[in-house]
Design a protein around this ligand. Structure first.
Ligand SMILES: Nc1ncnc2c1ncn2[C@@H]1O[C@H](COP(=O)(O)OP(=O)(O)OP(=O)(O)O)[C@@H](O)[C@H]1O
Length: 234
């Protein structure tokens, strides 16, 4: 069976003010695969991720042109379609940042937060979903007895898995991860890598990474940002 294209990018040009960072970029990302974006610092890797879920709209002076489609519920949706609400897009194409950013609330409430935003009021269902997301993020066994504790007391690696659990609770189709292990020690990074390999069975992953060994271990597709464009390496 031919692989399904989950994200299609055509002619994406991205500017901050008058400065062009990406020019006429095209790329395809496959469903159920992990794609890595590599390349030197400052070339536009994070910028490219932000173009996939319109997060750039929150950045003053940022401007994107071109087309990005994401396949959702069996049909391609144009990311820039004004009738596609940004909140819905970012729930389905979720971002996990380089530095873990737990909310100032308990471990439980961090993961329950997106469910409540989505209108889920049934406490039993919320508790089930929170447990499921924490299990899928390989964190449940470490936190199940301290769910009411402030999430900011967790270790860096645990915080990053909590942020992944928070994104997973909203059942995303695509997870964008910007250097998800760069602030972690080798052991914590290894846990995240194992987690990513498991997650790609249920969603499409696009991961910015500086670590070539990590990319070799994880990636099905590799793109390099070079000369304002994206070139496929493998
Ligand atoms: N808000 C902004 N306003 C103006 N320029 C910006 C802004 N954000 C990023 N840039 C510039 O755009 C370029 C690409 O930045 P980006 O963060 O996408 O690069 P990167 O490849 O992810 O870098 P790194 O590997 O260091 O994280 C850089 O030159 C950066 O200085």
């Amino acid at each position: 069976m031919d692989p399904v294209v989950k994200i299609r990018v055509e002619g994406l040009t991205f500017r901050y003010g008058a400065r062009t960072v990406l020019r006429e970029v095209s790329a395809l990302f496959l469903e159920g695969a992990l794609a890595a974006i590599v390349g030197p610092s400052g070339r536009g890797k994070s910028t490219f991720l932000m173009a996939l879920n319109r997060l750039w709209e929150e950045v003053p002076g940022a401007h994107a042109q071109g087309r990005v489609w994401v396949r959702l519920d069996g049909r391609e949706r144009l990311v820039s379609d004004p009738s596609f609400p940004a909140t819905e897009l970012r729930r389905r194409v979720a971002m996990v940042f380089q530095a873990p950013n737990p909310l100032r609330m308990s471990i439980f409430n961090n993961v329950a937060f997106p469910l409540k935003v989505m209108g889920q009021r049934n406490k039993r269902l919320v508790a089930q979903e929170v447990e499921g997301a924490l299990r899928r993020a390989f964190l449940w066994d470490e936190v199940k007895d301290r769910l009411d504790e402030d999430a900011r007391r967790l270790s860096g690696g645990q915080q990053q898995r909590l942020c992944i659990a928070r994104a997973l609770a909203a059942q995303p189709d695509v997870l964008l991860l910007d250097e998800p292990t760069s602030s972690l020690d080798a052991r914590a990074a290894g846990v995240i890598e194992d987690l990513l390999l498991t997650l790609k069975r249920r969603c499409t992953l696009v991961v910015v990474s500086h670590y070539l060994e990590q990319v070799e271990r994880l990636a099905d597709q590799v793109y390099e940002v070079a000369h304002e464009t994206l070139e496929i390496l493998s």
